[in-house]
Design a protein around this ligand. Structure first.
Ligand SMILES: [Zn+2]
Length: 363
């Protein structure tokens, strides 16, 4: 039988032990005691080394903890050390899960039926499967987390243990993890000493899995990495959107130019100047692009007006100085403006003499 040192102290990262079983090829060994956590209860195994040989996998075989190694181990006495960063991360996810499950059950009526911790993110499956305000769940769990409650481990008889979140499925001695004021659960996993060490919890996506809802969550550094990733993703989308919008505007102006040429074809009777006279809502960028293209054609002349704006343009062969003519005409309406001989624009203050001004513009 292997003594599981992590049962009593999750913060122990080194130990000395003795080989009590080994496979013929020496690639698997069981020790009389170990800090290595074997895959169980939703928590993945530890990594690390025994006498300098990398531990690739740790599993429970009966009452033994079996370590699978990268190379054969021939010594009987071993010194081992776990990958502490990986373990601490697991402790944070696992403690966060206890809090999350407790808060979801107590405040939201969602009962946890299973837990799985992956390399990137962890999930709990909860029942019943229904929509919930996941933002409110996340807020409530983080508030509880920041109370920085103590997390204690005790060994109690199943028949005597009181106030467990989930009824024990076996008899005899249970290892019970208590989060002060929040949760008591039978669990063989590794946890931090105080909830504050979890850092924070961020909920990820949810999906329906059979009769339950699978809720993804990230604790500690994983939460930061997850949110950083989302921020970068959002920035990428913003840049992509800006680029697409630029392309869209460019195409819109090209189309407006084509519309200006078509306008000319429609109006052209083949006799004298080709006048485009229109009352418009406003003289925007696209309309100006249409006007520019239109004015490239022989005999083209344009007068666009809106509530307060006037635009006058003419192909050089029409022989009109648009800038001078516009200034003189809109002066009748208290307006001002100017431009080149080919294209001029101005504003008008009142329309009482507009008829006169319009006649002058089109003369
Ligand atoms: Zn646990």
């Amino acid at each position: 039988m292997s003594e599981r040192l992590y049962y009593y102290d999750s913060y122990l990262s080194q130990f000395s032990g003795r080989v009590i079983w080994r496979s013929e090829d020496g690639l698997e060994v069981a020790l009389d005691r170990s800090v290595f956590y074997p895959t169980s209860g939703g928590q993945p195994h530890d990594l690390g080394q025994l006498n300098g040989i990398a531990v690739l996998e740790v599993k429970e075989v009966g009452d033994r903890v079996v370590h699978r190694l990268e190379a054969p181990l021939r010594d009987d006495q071993v010194h081992g050390e776990i990958d502490w960063g990986r373990r601490l991360d697991h402790m944070r996810q696992h403690t966060g899960q206890h809090l999350l499950s407790a808060v979801m059950e107590e405040q939201f009526g969602l009962r946890t039926v299973s837990f799985h911790m992956g390399a990137g993110y962890a999930t709990v499956d909860v029942e019943p499967n229904r929509a919930a305000d996941w933002g409110a769940v996340e807020r409530a769990v983080n508030e509880r987390l920041m109370e920085d409650q103590a997390v204690r481990v005790s060994f109690e008889d199943a028949a005597m243990a009181k106030g467990l979140r989930k009824a024990p499925d076996r008899e005899g001695l249970l290892r019970i993890v208590t989060i002060e004021g929040t949760d008591r659960s039978a669990c063989g996993g590794t946890h931090v000493r105080r909830t504050g060490e979890v850092g924070c919890i961020v909920l990820g996506g949810t999906e329906k899995v059979r009769q339950s809802t699978r809720v993804g969550f990230y604790c500690g550094a994983r939460a930061r990495v997850y949110l950083r990733g989302k921020l970068e993703e959002a920035r990428g989308w913003r840049e992509r959107f800006a680029e697409v919008d630029k392309q869209r505007r460019k195409l819109a102006l090209e189309l407006a130019g084509v519309a200006g040429e078509r306008k000319y074809s429609e109006l052209n009777t083949g006799q004298g100047r080709v006048l485009w006279r229109e009352e418009v809502k406003e003289v925007g960028e696209e309309l100006r692009a249409s006007v520019q293209a239109y004015l490239e054609k022989p005999g083209a002349m344009v007068l666009l007006s809106s509530e307060g704006t006037v635009l006058l343009g003419a192909h050089p062969d029409v022989g009109v100085d648009c800038g001078a003519r516009l200034m003189a005409a809109i002066a009748l309406c208290g307006g001002k403006g100017g431009g080149s001989a080919k294209l001029a624009q101005g504003t008008i203050a009142n329309r009482s003499r507009w008829g006169e001004a319009e006649a002058a513009l089109l003369a």
